[in-house]
Design a protein around this ligand. Structure first.
Ligand code: URA
Length: 434
């Protein structure tokens, strides 16, 4: 087969056969097809799409590119959760300990930041000493003993996604539905959990901006999961403004800890309770939604979820004292308040713009191998629907460089819109796809 001819075929809107997809993925993983040809192919897919059959074949080829995990040695029901990516999305850091405290086994692979969105692995690395390079045996042991393990994708599990994910991040090819479906589902299916809970975002801070696309993404992923005999459910929620009040790796860890400590938590807590309810129902642990929700709330109120989180951090080599004293997490040297330019109601906060501000501060990657600054980010005390007076603090920038902080301030101001009347708000949870 000839790679260039296949790029031209896709560029012209042709449908790739299963054999052609296997050739492309196999060649990319073994290094015989270079980044630049796959970049061109990704861009052709951006414009011409993939059929459901191509997406399924791509997912299968990606799973076949590496090992699959056998979790049968872990006792109990194994639940995996995955988000389609958002800004300020620290859901896993709250939900996983809540579920583990309710008796579920969380054996999860997570990713790094992608495009303007953050990643759980980057956030977890805010804990001094914490490693997410957990090998097979340790992974299983920790899941059994602690009930919760989160590892970075190993080189052996879906290596095709590891390479493609990093390449998509820097070639403007992240927001492509079939690539998101195959990226997420190949990892979830290769990871061997019994129940897969999908956190699908819609809005300006999501890859799927339109709600109809988010529901379609959810439908395709749930169908693929069921096809593979998994219990699979998706919750579609709003990502038109960032989730919660903080964006930036260590800042988000702090916010997650506050929710685990029982602080109100707003939409972040609501999302975790909704996802958790679905997980406990699908896992057969709770007979109905009300019982599931009560168990999750109790895990926070009793302190069990917070203790579980600390146990997890310690098991992964991290300094668990930082769970109880967040001043031990990375701290930025510069704090700059951004004043509201006018009085009124906040009517919109451009979530992807806020994500870009964090990248510009050094909190995300501009190229495949850029190091990141875990301490930087933004605080958003005023969210959509809140009233502000002119000059009142609208946002706070955390940086390590005055000039970068000021430049970020200009960009951040442009993410806000104001209105004289309180804006109409859509429900935060848009729906559940089973
Ligand atoms: N999360 C993933 O794992 N892959 C994507 O493509 C997007 C979000």
């Amino acid at each position: 087969m000839n790679t260039c001819e296949l790029i031209i075929k896709k560029r012209g809107g042709g449908e790739l056969t299963r054999g052609e997809i296997e050739y492309l993925i196999g060649g990319y993983v073994d290094g015989t097809i270079p980044d630049y040809q796959i970049s061109a192919l990704l861009m052709a897919i951006y414009y011409k799409g993939l059929s459901e059959r191509e997406t399924l074949d791509l997912t299968r080829a990606m799973i076949a590119s590496g090992d699959t995990l056998d979790l049968t040695q872990i006792s109990g029901v194994k639940v995996d959760k995955h988000s389609t990516g958002g800004v300020g999305d620290k859901t896993s850091l709250v939900l996983c300990p809540m579920l583990a405290a309710c008796g579920i086994k969380i054996a999860k692979m997570s990713g790094r930041g992608l495009g303007f969105t953050g990643g759980t692995i980057d956030k977890l690395e805010s804990f001094p000493g914490l490693t997410t390079a957990i090998d097979g045996e340790r992974f299983l042991r920790q899941a059994n003993e602690v009930g919760m393990v989160i590892a970075g994708q190993t080189a052996h599990l879906v290596p095709a996604d590891k390479k493609l994910y990093a390449l998509r991040d820097v070639t403007g090819t992240v927001d492509i539905m079939p690539l998101i479906v195959s990226s997420i589902m190949s990892k979830k299916l290769a990871s061997g959990a019994d129940v897969i809970v999908l956190d699908v975002k819609t809005g300006s801070g999501a890859f799927m901006k339109a709600e109809a696309d988010a529901f379609e993404l959810a439908r395709q992923m749930v169908a693929l999961g069921k096809n593979a005999s998994k219990k699979c459910v998706a919750v579609v929620s709003d990502m038109d403004e960032p989730l919660g009040h903080f964006v930036g790796n260590a800042l988000e860890v702090r916010e997650a800890i506050a929710v685990l400590q029982g602080e109100s938590g707003g939409n972040l807590r609501e999302l975790c309770l909704t996802l958790g309810t679905q997980a406990l129902r699908e896992a057969g642990i709770a007979p109905d939604d009300a019982d599931a929700r009560r168990r999750l709330e109790e895990s926070v109120a009793s302190g069990a979820a917070l203790r579980k989180f600390a146990e997890f951090v310690k098991a992964q080599g991290g300094d668990e004292r930082a769970v109880f004293d967040t001043s031990l997490l990375p701290q930025a040297g510069v704090r700059l308040e951004l004043a509201a330019p006018e009085a009124g109601f906040v009517s919109h906060i451009e979530a992807d713009g806020v994500g870009q501000v964090c990248i510009a501060l050094g909190g995300g990657r501009e190229t495949k191998d850029s190091p990141i600054d875990l301490s930087v980010g933004v605080e958003l005390p005023k969210k959509v629907g809140d009233r502000v007076e002119k000059g009142e603090t609208l946002a706070v920038i955390y940086a390590n460089d005055e000039a970068r902080a000021r430049a970020a301030g200009e960009k951040l101001r442009a993410c806000y819109r104001f209105s004289a009347e309180a804006p109409e708000k859509k429900p935060f949870i848009r729906g559940i796809v089973r």
